[in-house]
Write a protein that binds this ligand. Structure first.
Ligand code: 6PG
Length: 677
């Protein structure tokens, strides 16, 4: 008795397999249709996809499928091998790094070229990290590494079935020996069909390229900036019942550029929405919150994932976090971001420091959202290892404090010294905008001076107690620890501190306030020259601090490049910064630069005049007076420190060196006349 044809076991299996294939096809078609718009968007960014792995993993087949799905060109690196290399491999001799160098550079050039068009898919073994670095260098578009991973035996089997290929089976082992498994790639095992592998890759590519955590003012602006550049983005804001509910969802609906953004308040789902390696930008309050959030993230992260801290964190905290996360294979970047809410939206200055490899995978996003300098280069560049990114941002803020205070002192000289109205001061300062004194802070000061509320100057209603969030304090502490005299920056900090004691000042003014003479003999040009010179001293001190920190912590900071980053997007962007960027190529001691020496010679009398006028008229001028003092001390061949050394040796036997004794010998003397006699 026979079993009917449709009832046979073989037939049922056949039907089942056909059904599976159909499902795969439907699945695949759905992907292509639903992701059409997305891939169009992605292609706008001209992404480069490298399909990598040892021979016989199916790089060419999968690469071709992917290129069809994405509708971009495909290139097989095998077609670009030199004939001599192909011959070598055919003879069973593995290629060396030297053999591969030129080939990799050719592939890199091709990738750069394609990244300026529609992007492309490249199949290339790229076995070592150093090869991948070479392949990726100078590509300004996003690069995605897709690693096809296969068992040795399976690949050996495939190779044995392969015809007309120069790669013999004998070289497979050498490929496995050379392979450095990437931890910054999306990994797919190759025991599936090429179509299924392609579906997995498309699934991965449909996820977000970056996640932004924390939708405060800066986080929101940065999200809009990232999304508007065409990056796939997930955003997260915590859930706090009654206070912060559905923040991400509501925000996502607010702006059209966020239409493709995925909003979350569930951490697990947020992390799962991201491509591998996960790239997460924290925009949260600096301090303990950062550590708490990192602890929350840890269970969801994998080696190779990248976390960026975009807050004003202390550089020593950043150093600790790098070490802590590194132990778990997670890469961390301390990212200084400057520019406030508007800057974050239209292009901030970005100072990333920490793990270089992490920068490799996020640099393209950061550089794309950053402000551009006068040559259209991104105001973002990897600053150095460790906490250097946050250190540089901290010094930026120190300079910012003094730039603000100098303007505040100018405003008071005009207001109380020369008796000008806010309007008139704004007019004076507007004239400065066509000179080298121009800056973003000058620009906003002019706006502030003119702003009226109900017919009254708004500035006159503002309570004169300056706040601060700590970065100026940290700059001063760091400078003290490193022994760098940043007196103008410190004076700005202390000016804020004394302002904060409003009640104390009010009381003191009743008994100590001198009758202001208001007899200023100054014109606007003298004030401008004094102001500009004081700014040079301020910048000189800030750069000096960076230079000493770079040496002490072996950060190898490029000072001119840091000044370039500061030429746009940040709060201290200015005409002066453009010059600084140029002058720092020659010497880190700005006040020695011949152009600055010329300014000192032309403007020092103005600075002296302003300071003496202010002191004669009982007007506090913290930063201006420190600037002239510093200039005098900086240029003083013989300082009064000989007496300090003698005093130290007198009461503490602290020893001293003698002039004209280059041996560095330390002396001690009996200074006390009573002991001598
Ligand atoms: C910037 C600013 C910013 C800083 C504010 C407030 O570069 O965008 O420096 O990071 O937080 O200026 O600082 P203070 O409250 O200390 O003045």
């Amino acid at each position: 008795m026979g079993v009917s044809k449709t009832g046979s076991l073989d037939f049922q299996l056949f039907q089942f397999l056909r059904f599976l294939n159909l499902l795969t096809l439907i699945n695949y078609l759905c992907f292509r249709i639903s992701l059409n718009h997305y891939f169009y968007e992605m292609n706008k960014l001209n992404r480069v996809y490298f399909i990598i792995g040892v021979s016989a993993v199916g790089k060419t087949t999968v690469g071709k499928l992917l290129s069809q799905s994405l509708n971009i060109p495909f290139f097989d690196a095998d077609d670009f091998h030199l004939q001599s290399s192909k011959q070598k491999m055919a003879d069973g001799i593995p290629l060396t790094d030297d053999d591969r160098r030129d080939w990799l550079l050719i592939m890199n050039k091709l990738a750069i070229d394609q990244s300026t068009k529609n992007g492309c898919v490249i199949a290339c073994s790229a076995l070592k990290k150093s090869y991948r670095v070479m392949l990726q260098q100078h590509i300004k578009s996003p690069v995605k590494w897709i690693f096809l991973d296969g068992e040795f035996e399976l690949l050996k089997q495939r190779l044995s079935e392969r015809k007309n290929h120069f790669m013999p089976i004998s070289l497979l082992q050498s490929q496995f020996d050379t392979l450095e498994i990437p931890d910054d790639a999306f990994r797919v095992t190759v025991d599936l069909s090429p179509e299924q592998i392609n579906i997995q890759i498309l699934d991965e590519l449909s996820k977000s390229e970056i996640g932004l955590f924390g939708l405060g003012v800066m986080g929101k602006s940065l999200s809009r900036n990232i999304a508007s550049k065409g990056f796939r983005l997930s955003i997260f804001n915590r859930f706090v019942a009654g206070k912060e509910e559905n923040i991400a969802v509501k925000f996502q609906k607010e702006f059209s550029e966020l239409s493709n953004v995925k909003p979350f308040e569930d951490l697990d789902k947020f992390v799962k929405s991201l491509q591998h390696p996960r790239k997460i930008f924290l925009m949260i309050q600096a301090g303990k919150t950062v550590d708490k959030v990192l602890e929350q993230f840890l269970p969801y992260l994998e080696p190779g994932d990248v976390i960026m801290d975009g807050g004003n964190s202390h550089y020593l905290d950043t150093e600790k976090r790098i070490k802590f996360l590194n132990e778990n294979g997670i890469r961390f970047l301390g990212v200084g971001v400057s520019g406030g809410e508007d800057g974050a939206l239209i292009g901030p200055a970005i100072m990333p420091g920490g793990n270089w490899e992490a920068y490799d995978s996020v640099g393209c996003i950061l550089e794309s959202i950053a402000a551009k300098d006068s040559r259209n280069k991104a105001c973002c560049e990897f600053v150095g290892k460790g906490g250097s990114g946050h250190f540089v941002k901290m010094v930026h803020n120190g300079i910012e404090y003094a730039e603000m205070q100098l303007l505040a002192e100018v405003y008071h000289v005009f207001k109380y010294g020369l008796g000008l109205s806010n309007d008139a001061i704004a007019k004076m300062l507007s004239n400065w905008r066509s000179t080298e004194a121009d800056s973003y802070l000058l620009e906003i000061t002019i706006d502030i001076l003119q702003r009226k509320e109900n017919g009254v100057f708004l500035l006159d209603k503002v309570l004169d107690k300056a706040g601060n969030k700590g970065t100026g304090n940290w700059t001063t502490v760091a400078a003290s620890e490193l022994g760098v005299p940043i007196s103008v920056l410190t004076a700005a900090l202390f000016a804020r501190y004394i302002s904060a004691f409003k009640e104390m000042r009010v009381e003191a003014s009743k008994v100590l306030s001198a009758d202001r003479k208001v007899n200023f003999m100054l014109d606007s040009e003298t004030i401008r020259k004094a102001y500009q010179l004081a700014r040079w001293v301020n910048h000189h001190q800030g750069i000096h601090l960076l230079s000493e920190a770079s040496q002490t912590y072996q950060w190898d900071l490029n000072l001119s490049e840091i000044a370039r980053i500061w030429t746009n997007g940040c709060i201290i962007r200015s005409t002066l910064m453009e010059k600084l960027c140029d002058y720092l190529k020659a010497d880190s001691q700005l006040l020695r630069n011949q152009n600055v020496v010329k300014i000192v010679k032309q403007s020092k009398d103005s600075l002296k005049e302003l300071v003496s006028n202010a002191i004669q008229n009982d007007l506090p001028i913290f930063c201006f007076s420190e600037a002239i003092n510093y200039l005098n001390a900086y240029a003083q061949k013989d300082s009064s420190a000989d007496l300090i050394q003698a005093q130290r040796d007198y009461f503490g036997a602290h020893l001293y060196q003698r002039k004209n004794d280059s041996s560095g010998k330390q002396y001690h003397s009996d200074w006390n006349p009573n002991q001598n006699s």
